[in-house]
Design a protein around this ligand. Structure first.
Ligand code: FES
Length: 110
């Protein structure tokens, strides 16, 4: 049994500007995670859904990267405008948002 209903990890890895791999923090993941946490708090979900920062998740080209457990849903190319939909559909209603799935997740069933 898990301590949380959902446990979310958002990559906040920051690389040097000269690094060709890029990084999620360069794409705004630190602000993204902060806003996601605020949305969780505003909706009274704190304590049920945990939002943690992560180091590189290994999916840099598809960043901003996040993974949601226990389902193991990997979302990528995220922007702040995706936050309300992620919270309502995936974190509350357990629906997968197909357009946000990382490429390796596209044919999976949950
Ligand atoms: S830098 Fe975010 S997944 Fe690698």
């Amino acid at each position: 049994m898990s301590l949380y209903q959902k446990h979310v990890f958002v990559c906040e890895n920051l690389r040097d500007d000269a690094d060709v791999r890029g990084s999620c923090a360069q794409k705004g993941s630190i602000e993204f995670r902060s806003l996601l946490k605020k949305e969780i708090e505003l909706r009274g979900l704190k304590g049920k859904i945990r939002i943690n920062k992560a180091g590189c998740l290994g999916t840099c080209k598809q960043g901003i990267s996040m993974v949601i457990y226990p389902q193991g849903i990997w979302y990528g190319r995220l922007s702040e405008s995706d936050i309300p939909e992620i919270v309502e559909k995936t974190l509350v209603q357990n629906e997968v948002i197909s357009r946000l799935l990382m490429s390796f997740m596209k044919n999976r069933s949950f």
